[in-house]
Design a protein around this ligand. Structure first.
Ligand code: PEP
Ligand code: MG
Length: 572
């Protein structure tokens, strides 16, 4: 029967397809004992499910392609190893044979047993392996309750799940999933950012999706508006076809802007740089005429794997990035793991009580000199292949920037001594995303060549609103007078010091905010290539002089509604 669920659009695009529901891996199964005569049957059922999961993993491995194939492949290899682990398998057999437990309950007991062993370990890396055990055991559990045929990928289906990890997205897309619906999540999570980068429709915060959607239900998903229709009516389907036609028409119209300048009506050129994380992003950014790469999140090389990438591996990735932009500048951000970007290599501490306020970004890099030096060596070596800038994340104070500069100089000297050629001019910039750095910008701006405002984190820290917590609703938004005043001051300080300033948070890629950012004086945006043309279109419709004249009125707005009214009056 038709019903409508609502969530939030996190990655645009509409999709029509059957649901594949993935229930959370937490094994909330009641204790269940079986009769002695049922033991062999239960063992056979369990091993058939394990075989299905093995086959599924093998299939995924073979189908992998694209930019993240290598990293995702390493994950799958790890899961395959766990599946063959004698400790896991013998324990399960024993629980069924001698404990007379049903396979589901045996899985739960064995999961808890292994998790206990890992939890007791000192090493953060081993503690983080619990996630992998949960993943593997969860898959076996799911397989116990499905026919093998159901597990042959999700091609042409819409995945409905409690949450989605960034590492799963590329894999799911390679398998041909049409769209993803999650019960929780946030539009600013790394998964959402990656989904937009992959052009994969994602609808988040559909709170009751897991209870109200069954495998095989027909779903109509709109990753833009956040609307989800279960068992759509003929009218819904008609409207969907209309939307698809509109999407195509809009895409065609936008594509006409590919070679047009990002110039306002009164003739001011605005620089549009790209946030690019994969080879596809770089190619797209290049084709759309991005002025360069304004943010390359190097975490992508670290997050999908258990071991740290070597200097050479990093060097090749950075070099290819620089070469891909053929002479346009590339901004490489040093490692920003921690908080919402939990890594699997054990770099970020696993037991921090407040990870968002913990050892992340440059704090982590400065405390792990070995890792930081390796990364800087790779970056500096790549600088020889084209114009490049280095961007430092999570800067809180001047001392951190001084320490980074010293290390860059030291690593450069060492590399030269070893005979490596490196560029003579590599601008160093700071991400402005910690309120302290934003407020005290005049005290540190002379240490850098440029700044880039990370509004995703700046909003989170200024408004004390977790960027990944959907329960906070609309609280995480730049539409707050405090944020507008702060952005105004940051941009004004940068202009006074003749220091280039960009915004590289998701705010810059949202065309609705273009009038606000232009009014506040911003001349450089860094955004995902997927929304570059829309932002260009919005810029081309604006008169910069008129917007700047309206800036005082914007700063006088006392609440969200006041900012919205200003926006409505100035959106063209
Ligand atoms: C930001 O915080 O706005 C930003 C661009 O960095 P990230 O989203 O990677 O934290
Ligand atoms: Mg950030």
């Amino acid at each position: 029967m038709r019903h409508v669920l609502s969530g939030h659009g996190a990655s645009r695009g509409s999709a029509l397809g059957r649901a594949r529901v993935r229930h959370p891996h937490a094994l909330e199964v009641a204790e269940e004992r079986i009769a002695p005569a049922a033991v062999d049957g239960e063992l056979a059922r369990l091993h058939a499910a394990i075989d299905v999961v093995r086959g599924e993993m093998r299939g995924m491995r073979e189908r992998l392609h694209g930019a993240l194939a290598h990293e995702v492949g390493e994950f799958l290899d790890l899961y395959a190893l766990l599946l063959d682990d004698p400790e896991l398998l013998q324990g399960l057999d024993e629980l069924i044979r001698t404990g007379r437990y049903g396979a589901d309950y045996a899985l739960r007991l064995q999961r808890d047993r292994l998790a206990g062993v890992f939890e007791a370990m000192d090493d953060a890396y081993f503690r983080s392996r619990i996630e992998d055990i949960d993943h593997v055991i969860g898959r076996v559990h799911a397989a116990l309750h499905r026919h093998a045929a159901d597990l042959q990928g999700v091609a042409g289906e819409i995945l409905v799940t409690d949450a989605i990890a960034p590492s799963e997205l590329a894999q799911l897309q390679a398998q041909g999933v049409l769209a993803i619906v999650t019960a929780g999540g946030s539009a600013l999570s790394h998964s959402a950012i990656l989904a937009r980068s992959l052009h994969l429709p994602l609808l988040i915060g559909a709170a009751h999706a897991l209870q109200q959607i069954n495998d095989g239900d027909v779903l109509l998903v709109d990753g833009g508006t956040g609307l989800l229709v279960v068992e759509p009516s003929a009218d819904d389907l008609l409207a969907h076809r209309g939307r698809k036609r509109d999407e195509k028409r809009e895409t065609r119209q936008l594509h006409r802007l590919r070679r047009e300048p990002s110039r306002t009506l009164d003739g001011f050129d605005i620089r549009l740089l790209a946030n690019a994380e994969s080879r596809d992003d770089v190619a797209e950014a290049h084709a759309l005429g991005a002025a360069g790469v304004g943010l390359y999140r190097t975490e992508v090389l670290f997050l999908q794997r258990a071991e740290l990438p070597s200097e050479d591996e990093q060097f090749l990735a950075y070099r290819d990035l620089v070469l891909g932009m053929t002479g346009r500048s590339v901004t490489i951000r040093t490692l920003d793991v921690g908080a919402d970007k939990a890594d699997r290599s054990g770099l970020a501490l696993a037991n921090e009580p407040n990870p968002a306020l913990g050892l992340r970004g440059v704090r982590l890099s400065l405390s792990r000199r070995d890792v930081f030096e390796t990364q800087l060596r790779a970056i500096l070596r790549a600088s020889n292949y084209g114009p490049m800038r280095i961007l430092v994340p999570m800067v809180t104070n001047r001392e951190e920037l001084v320490a980074v500069k010293r290390l860059v100089a030291q690593v450069s000297r060492q590399l030269k001594k070893e005979g490596h050629a490196i560029a003579s001019d590599i601008p160093l910039g700071a991400m402005i995303e910690v309120p302290a750095a934003a407020i005290a910008l005049p005290t540190l701006i002379d240490t850098v060549d440029f700044i880039s405002v990370g509004t995703n984190d700046l909003v989170q820290y200024v408004l004390a609103a977790d960027r990944g917590n959907d329960a906070l609703g609309d609280l995480h938004t730049p539409m707050h007078p405090a944020m507008l005043r702060l952005l105004h001051d940051i941009i004004a300080t940068a202009r006074r010091h003749d220091t280039p300033v960009a915004v590289c948070g998701e705010m810059a890629g949202d065309a609705t905010f273009v009038p606000v950012l232009l009014a506040l004086g911003l001349e450089e945006f860094s955004l995902h290539p997927g929304t570059l043309l829309e932002v260009r279109r919005a810029i081309r419709a604006q008169d910069l002089g008129a917007l700047r004249a309206a800036m005082p009125a914007l700063l006088r707005a006392r609440n969200r509604a006041g900012i919205a009214r200003w926006l409505q009056a100035h959106t063209r």
